[in-house]
Structure formats: structure tokens, C-alpha cells
Ligand binder design. Structure first.
Ligand code: GAL
Length: 393
């Protein structure tokens, strides 16, 4: 069966056809200021003035939850960048509820938004919600998480999620020697398409090292059942995620890690290599492994460069995090909104299939952060202030 979700990197030729002669300047934004610059186009300025006159909101942003620092960072970046760019805007949170998400979108529709930027709580449940927005003439941009099973998604702004997972897998592989190392696998929420991409990316790096005996999977019979298969189907990944999901929830992650270590024999612990899907769950799982006397050492992945996890990395309690610069993602989304409000077609550089259509996408790269480059990647880049941390340098 054809893979439901497949990443199609658009070849140069197709990209040229898609964006025509449009300048690539708005697609190569790496700093918030670039989006502000993009907003100065005459067309966008005209749109701004028109909306300001009738008091409506131009750009609505809906984010999944306030309970993970990651999304608060996105909120701050959106409000700053959109306001600087002269756009009326409103950011709303769904608090892990697809119903709240739907109500938020309905509220924004009544406020007259022209562009909806949405990071869905649940990839398939959000389809009906964005269909309502589309019916109201709104352009829909999926932010970070792709909404599946609908043609009501116009664009997708994302980090390179396969690479996020691949970097996690690579970190574990690069730091493993010998054979028989204990591998513990954890994943994000099954309702989040990204959880599939992260796992797929990690699996394709880890699997050859499972096959050659470097790693032995200790906590997932479902993963063991397919350990000779490099390219898993979406259904196979779904089955594994069903067993190792954290739901993106720190307490679920903690309970699952505790249950795994309780079930494991002492010999199945030792030097442990842990695939943790994001920073919050990584801290929870790391604490559980650190407390187990049969765990001799552990290495653990993460993503998002949350402040608490960066401190864990500095302290040697989390091995790495994949830094996803929310300034870039938010500015890419704003640059897209600016193009749309100005009547232009936004530039894209990839396409993601959501099960129904290929969604034109703008993809951003990620940076692996370990103890060695916290300073250059996160402090020198201006993302965080050094005073947020102790023991730096
Ligand atoms: C993903 C997102 C990650 C992480 C996770 C948990 O969709 O890409 O960066 O934040 O959700 O919320």
C-alpha cells in the first residue's frame, strides 16, 4: 500500500514552475527581521490599512497548548513579528482539545481573519475545522504539524521533521560502541503526524544498527517484530507508536519509563540508549533512568531546546536536543501570510502529502545542540540569554 504520508522534495525544475519568477527572498528568511522587511511590500501595506480601518483581525494563529514551553515561544514570536509587520493578529490556544481548537477557529472566522495559521491538536480531527475556515474564504497555513485527510490545507510551514528524528538516531548511533547496547524507544502522540515523521527518521538510522546487533530493543515487542525492516509502512509505525507513545505528556512518559524499567531484567539495562521524542518527555524519562541502580549510564535525545532541557544538557542529564528555531518558523509563516494578504503566491520549497493532497510547503532546517555548542547555537544566536542558565562555559 502506498505510504499515506510521504515527503516529496520538490525538484528544482518543479519549484521553478511553481513559483515562477517570484523572488526567493521571502523564502530564505532566517531572522525575524526579514519577515518585517517582507511586510513592507506595497500590496501588504495596502491590505494592512484596509483591515485596520474596519477593526477586523487579519491573521489568526491557533496553537496546541500553553502547557509546553515550546508553544509559548511560538506565541511570543508570532505576536512580536506580526505586530512589527503591522498586522492585526490574535493567538489562541487549544489546550489539548480539538473542540476548543474548533471554537477558537470559529471565533477567528467571526473576527474576519484572512489567513489562519494553525498547529493542530489532532491531525485528522482538525480537518473539519479547517474546512470551515476554507469555506469562509480563509487561506489555511498548517504550522509545524500537518493536518491530514483534507484538501482544505493551502500551505505548510515546517521544520524538517524526518531530519529531526534522523539526528536523534544518529546521535545514539554515533555514541554507541560494541554490541548488545540497550535501546529504549519512545514516541510522541499518535494524533500528531510529526510523531510519525520523527519516528520514521530515527528508525531509518537506528534500524541497521539494530540489525547488526549494536542495539537491542528492550521496551517494544512491536518494534522488535519489524526490526529487520528498514522502511516501515505508516501502519507499522502506528502500531509501534501505539506501544511507546508518551502522548507528548511528561507524566505519561514517566509512567511508561517506570513500567519499562520495572519489567526489564537488570541485564537489559546497563548502558542505555534512549530515543525520547521531545524535551519535556526526555527530562521525565531521564529522571527515571538516572534513579535506577541497574542503569550504569544513559544517553537520551530530545527536541525543542526548552530552557529546562538546555540546563539538563549543560548538567549532563540530557545528551542532546534538536533546536528548532521558532523565530524562523514564525517568520516563515508570517512571510507567507504577507504574500497571501498581498495577493501573491507564497514561495515554497517542498511538498508534504497529507493523505489527500500534496501540500506546498516551506521547510526549515534544524540544529543539533549538545553541551559543546549550547553557547554558539543558543546564546550567541540571541535565542536565549546566558543568565537563563547556570554552569555555562
Ligand atoms: C511536535 C512538535 C515538536 C514538539 C511536540 C510536542 O509536533 O513538532 O516540536 O513540540 O510536538 O508538543
Amino acid at each position: 500500500m502506498k505510504k499515506l504520508i510521504s515527503l516529496i522534495l520538490t525538484v528544482t525544475m518543479a519549484l521553478t514552475l511553481l513559483v515562477g519568477c517570484q523572488s526567493t527572498a521571502t523564502t530564505t528568511t532566517t531572522k525575524a527581521g526579514d519577515a518585517t522587511a517582507a511586510a513592507t511590500t506595497a500590496a501588504a501595506a495596502a491590505a494592512t490599512t484596509a483591515a485596520a480601518a474596519d477593526g477586523s483581525i487579519q491573521v489568526g494563529v491557533v496553537l496546541p497548548t500553553k502547557d509546553e514551553p515550546r508553544w509559548i515561544q511560538d506565541q511570543e514570536k508570532f505576536e512580536a513579528i506580526l505586530t512589527d509587520a503591522g498586522f492585526t493578529n490574535q493567538v489562541m490556544f487549544s489546550q489539548g482539545s480539538s473542540d476548543t481548537e474548533k471554537k477558537n477557529v470559529e471565533t477567528l472566522i467571526t473576527k474576519g481573519i484572512k489567513v489562519l495559521v494553525i498547529c493542530a491538536n489532532d491531525a485528522s480531527a482538525a480537518a473539519a475545522t479547517v474546512e470551515a475556515a476554507k469555506d469562509a474564504g480563509i487561506t489555511v497555513i498548517c504550522y509545524d504539524r500537518l493536518i491530514t485527510g483534507t484538501d482544505a490545507v493551502d500551505y505548510y510551514v515546517t521544520f524538517d521533521s524526518i531530519t529531526v528524528g534522523a539526528e536523534m538516531g544518529k546521535y545514539l548511533v554515533d555514541n554507541a560502541t560494541g554490541t548488545g547496547n540497550s535501546l529504549y524507544l519512545y514516541a510522541g502522540a499518535a494524533t500528531d503526524n510529526n510523531a510519525f515523521l520523527f519516528f520514521q527518521g530515527a528508525w531509518e538510522v537506528l534500524q541497521p544498527k539494530i540489525a547488526d546487533g549494536t542495539f537491542v530493543i528492550r521496551n517494544s515487542a512491536e518494534a522488535v517484530a519489524v526490526q529487520d525492516t528498514l522502511e516501515l509502512t505508516r501502519d507499522q509505525i502506528a502500531t509501534i507508536i501505539g506501544q511507546i507513545t508518551t502522548d507528548w505528556d511528561m507524566s505519561v512518559a514517566k509512567s511508561k519509563a517506570e513500567a519499562n524499567l520495572t519489567a526489564a531484567a537488570a541485564a537489559d539495562k546497563g548502558d542505555c540508549f534512549i530515543l525520547a521524542p521531545n524535551d519535556g518527555t526526555a527530562r521525565s524519562i531521564a529522571d527515571v533512568f538516572a534513579a535506577d541502580p541497574d542503569v550504569t549510564s544513559y544517553l537520551i535525545t530530545g527536541q525543542d531546546a526548552e530552557i529546562s532541557s538546555v540546563q539538563y544538557v549543560i548538567d549532563g542529564k540530557q545528551s542532546m536536543t534538536v533546536f528548532k528555531d521558532t523565530r524562523t518558523l514564525a517568520s516563515d509563516a508570517v512571510a507567507m501570510a504577507v504574500s497571501i494578504l498581498g495577493g501573491e503566491t507564497p514561495a515554497t520549497d517542498a511538498a508534504y502529502n497529507n493523505g489527500t493532497v500534496d501540500v506546498p510547503s516551506k521547510q526549515t532546517s534544524v540544529v543539533v545542540v549538545t553541551k559543546d555548542n549550547v553557547q554558539s547555537a543558543l546564546i550567541d544566536s540571541g535565542y536565549y540569554d546566558a543568565t537563563e542558565f547556570t554552569g555555562l562555559g
